[in-house]
Design a protein around this ligand. Sequence first.
Ligand code: ATP
Ligand code: MG
Length: 446
Amino acid sequence: MSEKKKAVKVNAVKGMNDMLPADAGLWELVENTVQSVVKSYGYQQMRTPIVEDTGLFVRGLGEVTDIVEKEMYTFIDSLNGDSLTLRPEGTAGAVRAVIEHNLTYDSPKRLWYYGPMFRHERPQRGRYRQFYQFGLEAVGFTGPDIDAELILLCRRLWDDLGLQDVELHLNSIGDASERAEHRAALIAYFEKHQDQLDEDAKRRLYSNPLRILDTKNPHMQKLVDGAPKLLDYLKEESRAHFEGVRAILDKNAVPYIINPRLVRGMDYYNRTVFEWVTTKLGSQGTICGGGRYDPLIEMCGGKPTPACGFAMGVERIIELLKEEGADFSQAQCDVYLVHQGAEAQSEAMVLGERLRDAGLDVVLHCAGANGMGNFKAQMKRADASGAAYALILGEDEIAKGVAAVKNLRGEQGEQQQAEVALEEVVEYVVDAIISDDAHEHLHLHP
Ligand code: ATP
Ligand code: MG
């Protein structure tokens, strides 16, 4: 005898979200727009595993970083004892793959990826434990042209998405030797003001003082504003690179704010760093961040190869689109097929296939928990689907060899219904939708 188990309801893991159909239109808009923009600059897709060897992130991102210190989902593979980590970001995995497959052996590469990342942070608006990033990595390029190209690409993306309120923050953090000089000055400065440092800053004073500049603690803002600026320590080459990036941005009329405190969270960056920031999402206002990371590939065991890239947080972009009032509710289909009686149902299945052959999205009414439902119940579903037209097949229609075509989007009074011969109905509906859409597109893109 099998014992009936008590049902237990299990919820999603804290900080990890479901994407539900109500938001699908928005996600698809962002995903499709990014894909078409990156394609227009010749970037090619790559996919890497979600799980990597823990050592890859510890070495690649740097031990004294927020991510490695406290945000990684690391676990032991119980079958062989390996230490594995759910990827907290995409660059390390991309670089591993570039090295492993000799991708830049022949020529530099423009690459992009998309997928979920995992960080054990305190969940709040715009900050989740699983979140999606689009990332671009331009590998094997030395000049400021590629840094600027990545920024131009971002601008095009915000334009295509209709985002208005994003600002570009730009800085150069120079090379290792320049940072070393600045670091000494920085330590000396913070040592003089020990009493104003918070716990995080004290801990980082000697291990990673640059990161103190990135503090979000409001009590330390003044102190940090007065700190020695890395830009003042740049030598000729780094300075020229930065000037090069700025010249291209200026020529292309991209406004930016030079932010000397922008240092980015990972160890692997050098020279150009940038972030796109909005004030509309509270303290989670950075929707995209990146920069040059020339040392990383060699650090990870590859041949010295310069590179530059960025990653953007898709949830934050979607939040911002909503904040800016975008409405992307999506119709489920173009046509909803309503039918009564066995013969009509069988004709409706055939008609559905014909409509799809013609390129339309079609939902055919199927029985739910309460059966097929009467005509009125079916029409309610048709309305809720957002379809432009309902096609109605009842016993009368079948007897006459016609379908009733009802326009669901017209004004209440003018919801005309037409009777159209079954063999002509596909063409009739296609023509009607094309002429409606032509009309509607005028509304959408004036
Ligand atoms: P923050 O300073 O907000 O923690 P970060 O510097 O850690 O950001 P990056 O590692 O540069 O962020 O990641 C690039 C982008 O990914 C961020 O600008 C943001 O849009 C998004 N992002 C980062 N962490 C999260 C998260 N926990 N939840 C949602 N989006 C995130
Ligand atoms: Mg972070």
